[in-house]
Write a protein that binds this ligand. Structure first.
Ligand SMILES: [Zn+2]
Ligand SMILES: [Zn+2]
Length: 271
């Protein structure tokens, strides 16, 4: 474990690590089946991405780059119980443990990992409909981008001349896959939806463009984005998992829905 702030490397047993990341990733008050599902996802992610910080002598770092780890003392009785109940279980596809993605709120339909990231290691997960997160904060949102904010946004995307924007393309599930920025007088630049959202988040905070599932309405002074969901949308929808656990669904049922295409197994893992 690489502590990102100090550069120190600590050794942390896998199960204790998973129990400690759950509070930061899904919240300590999530119901047990949701904690268990998140434990399987977080464990799978840690196993699949181990060695990511090999050049620093570590497997994972403690920041959002990997998974947020605030120290072993973050684990609670509930998160330890969720880990114990799922001990060693991971999500596997084609014989490999997958870097199981998860996010806050899907907004009605999950995204396919390959539509979100340019990464050959992406698991092949189906997009599924999900109404369980409907009542969660962040299910529906709006955000206005004033025209005079467009140049700053364009600058972070390598195109400071940008004055206008429009949806250029959508993926198979309707999320914005590309945005086209245009300058006064003609020049254009097309950027990935994911990068557009990242730049907006850096400029105006994560609660500005909460997802890439949005429409744009243009008016004289602004672009009004109306969207659904919070986060990248791939894999486990945490708000949906919490709602499903509250209505009695098991961790196994939750995992088989959000990770359709992968299976939950307990391989013989070293350590
Ligand atoms: Zn990292
Ligand atoms: Zn959802």
């Amino acid at each position: 474990m690489l502590r990102a702030k100090t550069g120190r490397v600590e050794s942390v047993p896998l199960e204790e690590y998973v129990a400690a990341v759950l509070p930061a990733e899904i919240g300590r008050r999530a119901p047990m089946a949701a904690l268990e599902a998140q434990a399987v996802a977080a464990r799978s992610y840690a196993v699949a991405r181990s060695g990511r910080h090999a050049e620093d002598g570590a497997d994972l770092c403690d920041a959002t780059h990997c998974q947020v780890f605030a120290g072993l003392a973050s684990a609670t009785a509930e998160t330890r119980a969720a880990c114990a109940a799922t001990r060693g279980l991971v999500l596997v596809q084609k014989g490999r443990v997958i870097a199981a993605p998860f996010h806050a709120v899907c907004g009605g339909r999950t995204a396919r990992p390959r539509d979100v990231w340019d990464d050959e290691e992406n698991p092949d997960l189906a997009s599924v409909e999900d109404d369980a997160c409907r009542d969660a904060p962040g299910f529906a949102w709006t955000h206005a981008i004033r025209r005079n904010e467009i140049p700053a946004l364009g600058a972070t995307l390598g195109f400071p001349g940008a004055r206008f924007l429009e949806v250029f393309s959508r993926d198979g599930t309707g999320r914005v896959s590309a945005i086209r920025l245009a300058a006064r007088g003609g020049g254009t630049r097309t950027v990935r939806g994911f990068d557009f959202r990242k730049s907006a988040s850096e400029l105006w905070g994560w609660a500005s463009v909460r997802s890439t599932a949005f429409e744009i309405a243009e008016s004289r002074k602004e672009y009004l984005l109306t969207g659904y969901g919070t986060g990248h949308g791939a894999g486990l929808c945490q708000a949906g998992a919490i709602a499903r656990a509250r209505r009695g669904e098991s961790a196994a049922a939750i995992l088989s829905l959000y990770y359709r295409g992968a299976e939950v197994t307990r391989p013989d893992l070293p350590g």
